[in-house]
Design a protein around this ligand. Structure first.
Ligand code: NAD
Ligand code: UFG
Length: 339
């Protein structure tokens, strides 16, 4: 029996494939490589010394998915495949709804056809919107300000309906906070196309000299140093949460549960810059600029439910996150593209 990992060549998916293979799972990846490269699967093989089956397939391609399910015995799906850039989603909402929502609906329909009814879904802390912090799973969600976030909220609702419709489905909604860092081998990590939207890849590209300066988006928030607070989590800790979620689905058939996958600790943008400089010895050239539209001043998780129910705990600290980010950046100055 195998686990199907959609979006398995991407940043979080690739780290999760490594953890799955190391834990003895057979892994099948479905990715259309719209935001990743097939080389990632070679790196995963190099790290684990295990084989991994890769299909170049879009999750909206029903026939392609049917081929994957007919050629493999898939026992559960970890569903990462999706577009994730908040700004782009406001410019291209139809593309986001089609890729993320239509793609998920097609995937669920094919899963049902092949009687595979266990899924772990990559959701986001963004579904909490303007709730008070720390965010807890019992809060009302959906007050989201952009199409990307709405795709996460809508998919959570769709999965809720699927769960109610058929008592064989078991579903885990993992609400990620801010994943950063990379595998300690320095072989896989985050490699965004073009100019990064997110903080950590931006910092590491400034540090390596590919970008001249980081702009800190806003220095006048009502926080300890005026910059935004987020809950940064090491991507390997996040990857391991998926294995805990899979175990829980096995022990608890017909369940649906949301879990916050964060550390519970909030760091400011300046904390991250300072930690990066301390961990790597690199100076990060930055200036304080205007606020970015749509940014919340502060959010972080209450991870108690994941700690207690999944038996999962984040084990890596901010120093590890910075050191591992830098190792990947240094070893791969041009990302996965050959130098
Ligand atoms: P990523 O872009 O690195 O990985 C997504 C992968 O899915 C890529 O390899 C891409 O090629 C693939 N993909 C996209 N659309 C596809 C489609 N239609 N068919 C097949 N493959 C497709 O992103 P990531 O950071 O690894 O995020 C993974 C998931 O986690 C996403 O669903 C994202 O929304 C969610 N998430 C990410 C963050 C974050 O900060 N990185 C936070 C919360 C949630
Ligand atoms: N930031 C900067 N400069 C930059 C980039 C980011 O100062 O060049 C700041 C942002 O203003 C924010 C913090 O760094 O305060 C983190 O920003 P990211 O873009 O890295 O992450 P966000 O918290 O904005 O977004 C993340 C995920 C989204 C998700 C969102 C809400 O990337 O997918 O959390 O859960 F929607």
């Amino acid at each position: 029996m195998a686990i199907l990992v959609t979006g398995g060549a991407g940043y979080i998916g690739s780290h999760t494939c490594v953890e799955l293979l190391n834990a003895g799972y057979e892994v099948v990846v479905c990715d259309n490589y719209c935001n990743s490269v097939p080389e990632v699967l070679e790196r995963i093989k190099q790290i684990t010394n295990k084989n991994i089956a890769g299909y170049d397939c879009d999750i909206r391609n029903r026939a392609g998915l049917e081929k994957i399910f007919s050629e493999n015995s898939i026992e559960a799906v970890i569903h990462f495949a999706g577009l994730k850039a908040v700004g782009e989603s406001t410019r291209e909402p139809i593309m986001y709804y089609d890729n993320n929502i239509s793609g998920t609906v097609t995937l669920l329909d094919v899963m049902k056809e092949y009687n595979c009814k266990s899924i772990v879904f990559s959701s986001s802390a963004t579904v909490y919107g303007n709730n008070p912090i720390p965010y807890e799973e019992t809060m009302v969600t959906g007050d989201v300000s952009n199409p990307y976030g709405r795709t996460k909220h809508f998919i959570e609702q769709i999965l809720g309906d699927v769960y109610v419709s058929d008592n064989e489905w078991s579903i885990s909604l993992l609400r990620y906070f801010n994943p950063i860092g990379a595998h300690e081998s320095g072989l896989i990590g985050e490699d965004p196309n073009g100019i990064p939207n997110n903080l950590m890849p931006y910092i590491s590209r400034v540090a390596i000299g590919k970008l001249p300066q980081l702009t800190v988006f806003g220095g006048d928030y009502d926080t300890k140093d005026g910059t935004c607070i987020r809950d940064y989590i090491h991507v390997v800790d996040l990857a391991k949460a998926h294995l805990c979620a899979l175990n829980k689905l096995k022990s608890d058939p017909h369940s649906i549960d949301a879990y916050n996958i964060g550390t519970g600790i909030g760091y400011s943008v300046l904390d991250i810059i300072n930690a990066f400089e301390d961990a790597t010895g690199q100076k990060v050239n930055y200036k304080i600029g205007e606020r970015r539209a749509g940014d919340l001043p502060a959010f972080y998780a209450n991870p108690k439910k994941a700690n207690e129910v999944l038996g999962w705990h984040a084990e890596r600290n901010l120093h590890d996150m910075c050191e591992d980010t830098w190792r990947f950046q240094k070893n791969n100055p041009n990302g996965y593209k050959k130098d």
